[in-house]
Write a protein that binds this ligand. Structure first.
Ligand code: PXL
Length: 271
């Protein structure tokens, strides 16, 4: 199957500098031949891992955008949601699903609000509750382990076994009914994804690199979605996305602290 002719709407922020969210999703999805439309949730000078940033919330503009999309009759075959930033964007995302879905559309949501056991700056329990509600609308969710724990109320642990992971997966299944692809699962010397699709549980594990970086979750989500839309299985899509992220991490010099050089890897894949 190929992606030509598929129209996807990605809803996430535009961080002008920082190799994350829209500046990653747009080039990656386009390189896969997917017509990628965007709903920027906010415009930031740069992402929030730098020492300071500006933030323009675009919520007030969304009604106007939707009115014009409605008049033009736009429909999307797929939705990919990332960093929304404000709870108001959750209800607006639901409206996009209701009004602009083509038949058989796919909804993929990466909840993007926490990592390493902690909420990102600016998020609170109310936001997590709203996200848990929004995830009920999705076909596939892509939380990392920290987000999965916040969403389900299970204690976040750094040392665990498959039993713990599967407890998290079944709690997510009860919460959303969606396929869950939980990222950042560390078992022994490996790191990867735990996937629950109905009653089937599978693991896609790869090499654990001695570094991590900002924006890799957004790259994972874009590659995973493109591969899955192109006809790969959940496991194949997760594997392609993990390998892509690992290649990005390996290619990134240590002084490049705020993201990964995904452009280099994308260029290599397209050659
Ligand atoms: O990569 C996730 C992300 C996206 N957008 C913004 C962020 C973050 C993570 O912190 O700050 C603005």
């Amino acid at each position: 199957m190929d992606n030509t002719g598929k129209k996807l709407l990605t809803i996430q922020d535009l961080s002008c500098v920082g190799q994350c969210s829209l500046t990653v999703a747009l080039p990656v999805l386009s390189a896969y031949g997917i017509e990628t439309c965007v709903l920027p949730t906010a415009v930031l000078s740069n992402h929030t891992m730098f020492k300071q940033w500006s933030y323009l919330d675009l919520t007030p503009e969304v009604d106007n955008i939707y009115a014009n999309w409605r008049a033009n009759g736009f429909k999307f075959d797929a939705f990919l949601l990332g960093y929304l930033g404000k709870a108001s964007l959750m209800a607006l995302s639901e409206r996009a699903f209701d009004e602009f879905s083509a038949d058989g559309r796919l909804i993929v949501i990466d909840p993007v609000f926490a990592d390493n056991g902690k909420l990102y700056g600016g998020f609170d329990a109310e936001y997590v509750k709203g996200m848990a509600h929004l995830l009920r609308r999705s076909d596939i969710i892509l939380p990392n382990l920290t987000e999965a724990c916040f969403l389900t109320g299970i204690d976040y642990r750094t040392e665990y076994d498959e039993r713990y992971v599967e407890e998290v997966l079944s709690a997510l299944a009860k919460l959303t009914g969606a396929v869950a692809v939980v990222t950042g699962i560390e078992l022994g010397s490996k790191i990867g994804e735990a996937i629950r699709d109905g009653d089937k549980i599978s693991y896609v594990m790869g090499e654990k690199l001695p570094k991590s970086s900002h924006g890799t979750g957004d790259i994972f989500a874009a590659v995973f979605t493109a591969e899955y839309l192109g006809g790969k299985t959940l496991e194949e899509a997760a594997d392609k996305a993990s390998v892509f992220v690992q290649d990005c991490l390996r290619a990134t010099p240590s002084e490049h602290f705020y993201g990964v050089v995904f452009e280099k890897i994308l260029k290599g894949r397209m050659a």
